[in-house]
Design a protein around this ligand. Structure first.
Ligand code: AMP
Length: 417
């Protein structure tokens, strides 16, 4: 019979990769927690409308990447392609605007996008993200960028580069959009079919294209950064100043376009030269209109999301060492199983990392298994006596077979008694 495989674009996280993931989660929890961000978890699926209204009807995500389905009650639901809109929904739904502002949240959540699967691009992937909702201060933007930089740096992401820009307010963007559309129309015959098809819906995405003709046309395109109003320009200048204070290096990239519609003012993206074509490790920006789009009051907000799989790829999957095993409990003869089980149980209760022989191996096989898992000590329970072997020195001596006596001997051997 044909074997059933995991769906394309998904993968199992095997035990060998868990240590590195855990180290990343721990670093994020520590760094974000220390800065006052609290963890939140939203449902894996939401009303489809949530993403249509916020991420934007014209975006790739909404147009072709959502896993949308009808439930038994005929409601249209979507597996979350991103987590910012769900968090803005939760902020409103739970009246978080009544809390001291900004409300600072972080998450580690699975996301789903029907994308062309390749290295660093899956259909199910995980994002670590942080959001600060309810404050317009440029220090919020700079704090968030600095924290993401710290997380990436701490887990060892190599060849990191930060690009930043500002999209201005929706009004600035609208008038800029008209000018950009006029520029694209004037050079329509040189553009790729895809870009031409999106002049009306999403002209900004033309900056993302690597089609040679389009790239040429974009060299002379007007830039949004040159058209910011005074307030937006001042906000952007302050964000840059604070990044300088935090010693976070950046490049200003006026062509930076994020694939979601809800951004305004600051946008940013971290890339890693250690990755191939999918070089974006994480990014985000300010989304001052998002909560309002969901029917809430005018509420500023800013945040970022970073891909767990890409971070680990870019960090060279530098795994933290696997758990050290203090004691391997080996035994000879069925009659000794209960005594061996009691020792392993007692050792675990005493806080020791202990493993019990479970495969019925020969004594030689058991000692090999103990060496393979890196056990520091092996206790060998035999009918004619119990022996404790120090795997570092190779020395062994008789011990009292009572579980507490064995564990005390291990602790003495490890220098903790
Ligand atoms: P975005 O919200 O599209 O900017 O995504 C934020 C981050 O999530 C990206 O910088 C990537 O690290 C990660 N990411 C986005 N889409 C995928 C995907 N299909 N597979 C793996 N990681 C992704």
């Amino acid at each position: 019979m044909a074997k059933v495989q995991a769906p394309r674009g998904t993968h199992d996280v095997l035990p060998a990769q868990e240590d590195a993931r855990h180290a990343l989660e721990e670093a994020a929890a520590r760094i974000l927690g220390a800065a006052g961000y609290e963890r939140i978890e939203t449902p894996m699926f939401e009303a489809t409308d949530l993403f249509k209204r916020t991420v934007g009807e014209s975006t790739d995500i909404v147009q072709k990447e959502m896993y949308t389905f009808e439930d038994g009650g005929g409601r249209s639901l979507t597996l979350r392609p991103e987590v910012t809109a769900p968090i803005a929904r939760a902020y409103l739904e739970h009246g978080m605007h009544k809390l001291p502002q900004p409300v600072k949240l972080w998450y580690l959540s699975a996301c789903f996008r029907y994308e062309r699967a390749q290295a660093g691009r899956q259909r199910q992937f995980w994002q670590i993200g942080a959001e600060a909702i309810g404050a317009a201060d440029p220090a919020v933007d700079a704090e968030l960028i600095t924290l993401l930089h710290r997380v990436l740096d701490e887990v060892g992401v190599e060849e990191l580069e930060l690009r930043i820009s500002s999209l201005g307010t929706p009004a600035t963007r609208a008038s800029y959009r008209d000018r950009l559309q006029a520029h694209l129309r004037a050079h329509e015959d040189q553009l790729s079919e895809e870009v031409r098809g999106r002049i009306d819906l999403n002209p900004l995405r033309a900056f993302d294209s690597d089609h040679p003709g389009t790239v040429e046309v974009m060299k002379t395109a007007p830039l949004l950064l040159d058209e910011l109003d005074a307030d937006d320009a001042a906000h952007f200048a302050q964000v840059r100043e604070l990044l300088d204070v935090a010693d976070v290096a950046y490049v200003i990239d006026p062509t930076l376009v994020r694939g979601l519609d809800y951004y305004a003012r600051t946008v940013f993206e971290f890339t890693s030269g250690a990755l191939g074509a999918q070089s974006a490790v994480g990014g985000g920006g300010r989304y001052d209109g998002l909560v309002e789009q969901l029917g809430g009051p005018v509420t500023p907000g800013c945040g970022w999301a970073a891909g767990v799989e890409r971070i680990l790829l870019a960090a060279g999957e530098r795994a933290a060492g696997s758990t050290q095993i203090d004691l391997y409990v080996a035994f000879e003869g069925e009659a000794q199983r209960t005594a061996a089980f009691a020792i392993a149980t007692y050792a675990r209760q005493a806080g020791r990392h202990a493993q019990l022989e479970l495969a019925g191996r020969s004594m030689k096989g058991q000692l090999k298994a103990a060496a393979r898992v890196g056990a520091r000590f092996v206790v060998i329970v035999r009918e004619d006596g119990t022996v404790l072997k120090d795997m570092d020195s190779g020395e062994q001596h008789d011990v009292d077979p009572a579980p507490d006596a064995v564990v005390a001997a291990v602790q003495r051997g490890m220098g903790s008694l």
